[in-house]
Design a protein around this ligand. Structure first.
Ligand SMILES: Cc1cc2nc3c(=O)[nH]c(=O)nc-3n(C[C@H](O)[C@H](O)[C@H](O)COP(=O)(O)OP(=O)(O)OC[C@H]3O[C@@H](n4cnc5c(N)ncnc54)[C@H](O)[C@@H]3O)c2cc1C
Length: 149
């Protein structure tokens, strides 16, 4: 089911220079979302930016969803300026969820830059053993260090 809701910012952190993690309280979207899906966000009550901007659902934590994004233009600049308690207009969840078939128990995900955004939700909601490799900085998550690979 797809919802359009005004939701509240409940968490905001600049996790690296120009890269933000923003948590939005929305039990409906959080409950409906599947890994690989995204939301379309409208951040302003004015006409500009005119169009919603898409962001992957990076994590689901209880009744909140987390976005991970970098600032590249007008919309993401506005989104990064949001503070806890501010509201944004969310449409989603949208898109076809990730699927995986087959009898494997380990998966290796390779992504570049903000391409990693949807994967925490994917591996946190799976019983598989995941290795997430972020190409630019070789970040290995899920407890695996550079030395352990
Ligand atoms: C399904 C989906 C999921 C996504 N998930 C994420 C995510 O999880 N995290 C994330 O960081 N990003 C994600 N993105 C990308 C994100 O939507 C864009 O970064 C965001 O829309 C940029 O909005 P903006 O208003 O800041 O930039 P805009 O102002 O829209 O600019 C975007 C880019 O286009 C260039 N540009 C703008 N206007 C013009 C023009 N007239 N001619 C040429 N170039 C121009 C800008 O210089 C800039 O490089 C996703 C995109 C999709 C489609």
């Amino acid at each position: 089911m797809i919802f359009q809701r005004l939701v509240t910012v409940v968490g905001r952190e600049e996790v690296a220079e120009g890269i933000f993690a923003l948590s939005l309280e929305s039990a409906e979207v959080a409950n409906s979302a599947r890994p690989g899906q995204f939301i379309n966000v409208r951040f302003s009550e004015t006409a500009l930016p005119l169009l919603r901007r898409p962001f992957s659902i990076s994590r689901v934590d209880g009744s909140s969803i987390e976005l991970l994004f970098n600032v590249i233009g007008q919309g993401t600049r506005l989104l990064a300026s949001k503070r806890i308690g501010d509201r944004v207009d969310v449409l989603g969840p949208l898109g076809i969820p990730f699927g995986h078939q087959g009898g494997f128990d380990t998966a290796v995900i390779v992504a570049g830059g903000l391409g990693i955004a949807p994967f925490p939700f994917h591996y946190e909601s799976s019983f598989l053993q995941w290795f997430l490799i972020e190409l630019y900085d070789l970040i290995i998550e899920h407890g695996h260090s550079r030395d352990s690979i």
